[in-house]
Design a protein around this ligand. Structure first.
Ligand SMILES: O=P(O)(O)OP(=O)(O)OP(=O)(O)OC[C@H]1O[C@@H](n2cnc3c(O)ncnc32)[C@H](O)[C@@H]1O
Ligand SMILES: [Mg+2]
Length: 197
């Protein structure tokens, strides 16, 4: 059994990675297991922030560490909230973030509410070996919340081909199409070589 440290405080992300990595024989530890580690997420891109998270925790533990920086990119808002998705409305508060997103998009018609979720995964080893993987999922922003599953902006993110929001999908259905699922599948194609090297 392999144990992988993921530099996240987000319980929703952690749960998704646990479910996706279990079939690979990988168990997950997160910052919930190492609460003393503080991360200053002050980068200017998803990759920079993921690298900061992975590097901070890798140096603190002297272990290989994976990190995920992700966000919602809304076309009508010139890419906002983007790398600021977690604290769009000030605090790390999903309900307030969703309310702000709806407010910013008030009056914007359906065909201009296109958006995507992005994930960049960065994994670092103490010897410096780095692995980067990316994924995205396209959709549009609803006018009100729909569904109770998932986390973050999931209740406002509608997938036309499924006729459902991300919050109306099961965990397995979301992982099959999500930005995080796509990034992890990309990551896993190169993970064994990175882990062993
Ligand atoms: O940095 P860590 O500790 O991993 O946790 P975080 O929640 O701060 O994570 P990010 O910095 O990557 O910010 C991403 C934000 O984007 C949103 N987000 C990311 N992935 C999402 C998903 O799958 N569904 C809904 N919202 C998501 C959500 O608001 C997250 O807080
Ligand atoms: Mg964060």
């Amino acid at each position: 059994m392999t144990t992988l440290v993921i530099a996240t405080k987000n319980a929703g992300k952690a749960q998704e990675y646990r479910k996706m990595l279990a079939p690979h024989g990988i168990t997950v530890k997160t910052l919930a297991d190492f609460p003393a580690i503080a991360i200053n997420e002050n980068g200017t891109s998803f990759e920079e922030n993921a690298t900061i998270k992975a590097k901070t925790v890798m140096q603190a533990l002297d272990l290989p560490v994976m990190a995920d920086d992700s966000g919602l990119v809304v076309d009508a808002l010139n890419g906002a909230p983007g790398i600021h998705s977690a604290r769009y409305a000030g605090d790390h508060d999903d309900a307030a973030n969703n309310a702000k997103l709806l407010h910013e998009l008030a009056g914007v018609p359906d065909d201009q509410r296109t958006a995507h979720f992005h994930t960049t995964i960065v994994a670092l080893k103490p010897d410096g070996a780095k692995l980067v993987a990316k994924g995205r999922v396209d959709g549009r922003i609803l006018h009100e919340r729909q569904g109770d599953n998932g986390f973050g902006y999931d209740p406002l993110f509608f997938i036309d081909s499924l006729g459902k929001s991300l919050a109306e999908l099961t965990a397995d259905q979301k992982n099959a199409i999500s930005h995080r699922g796509a990034a992890l599948r990309d990551f896993m194609t190169r993970f064994p070589e990175w882990w062993r090297a």
